[in-house]
Design a protein around this ligand. Sequence first.
Ligand code: NAD
Ligand code: UDP
Ligand code: UDP
Length: 319
Amino acid sequence: MFGRKRILVTGGAGFLGSHLCEALLRQQHEVLCVDNFFTGTRDNIRHLLDNPSFELLRHDVTFPLYVEVDEIYNLACPASPIHYQFDPVQTTKTSVHGAINVLGLAKRVKATLMQASTSEVYGDPQQHPQKEDYWGHVNPLGTRACYDEGKRCAETLCFDYHRQHKLSIKVARIFNTYGPHMHPNDGRVVSNFIVQALRNEPITIYGDGSQTRSFCYVDDTVDAFIRLMDTDPAFTGPVNIGNPEEQTVRELAETIIELTGSRSTLTYKALPSDDPTRRCPDIELAKSALDWTPRITLSEGLGKTIAYFDTLLSQRDKL
Ligand code: NAD
Ligand code: UDP
Ligand code: UDP
């Protein structure tokens, strides 16, 4: 079929990767999902396994990979602080060695590569909202550095392969995204608060809850990835992908309590080190270059995510 591509999604069994695989299959492409199942699960992609255009390969991207594809989305990397801090050396290896391997692969087969970078490259930002030309404020020695510096180095590698080997690259700086297929125990704020609210357990606010984040629903994020991949070869990014509606963590907790009708109370715990105080994307570049803007409101997206966790928890309770 005209326009049908062979597309590699590393980290394809994870939260974002599984939605991306699904969206690419809907567009009739062939999808090769590569994952070592560190944080991803077969459950996230079970509904795709019978699709003849879908192939699953268990593989760790820190090792070389020889396959033939037209496009690569490099998403492999744990994204939640508790997971990426579990084995920080492996996190840096995944970001850096993983990027070298997929860039080497892209170079050999002349594929376009989209790198899943992160708002963490801005660290605890001193500019607000964050624009792509801001160089960031990252502690290179702290507990988040394995992720932040790994992702910064992966961006460097993308731009060096682009300049040195004329590789077609696209760098997406993803801000907090939420939705179905988040791991219930991965410690991220949206999944933690929803699971606690559904169980009527205390909601754990780290610090005083005045720190801010901006939450983008997964369908909007995945739409932006595909639009980014389809941009003109001259467009490399980096481009911020996120929802600019900023909230405090405490406001998020209150919204989730209201939407779930929960009896949960708020409980306050210590703020993890280097936890960014404010985070909000400037998305003017995404609007103009990708003709994209997030469409799903927080209450709509939270509603779908709550429904997902509600089903998941009741299935588990039956086991
Ligand atoms: P996730 O943990 O659900 O998915 C990551 C996937 O990568 C998992 O399936 C995991 O098993 C796999 N993986 C990890 N190490 C691997 C390795 N060495 N080899 C092969 N597979 C490996 O996280 P996610 O939220 O889906 O994040 C996907 C990507 O998007 C990550 O690169 C992350 O840094 C980036 N990102 C996500 C967010 C967000 O809010 N979700 C924000 C910024 C950036
Ligand atoms: N690589 C890979 N698959 C390929 C081509 C390369 O995994 O199809 C890996 C290879 O192992 C190498 C890395 O990508 O370590 C970088 O490749 P590149 O060609 O840029 O560097 P070189 O092989 O010259 O070190
Ligand atoms: N957070 C919280 N309670 C939780 C989990 C997280 O208050 O149970 C806070 C966390 O300290 C941070 C924000 O929520 O300020 C977002 O945390 P998450 O781990 O989801 O993402 P990141 O810090 O990487 O943006």
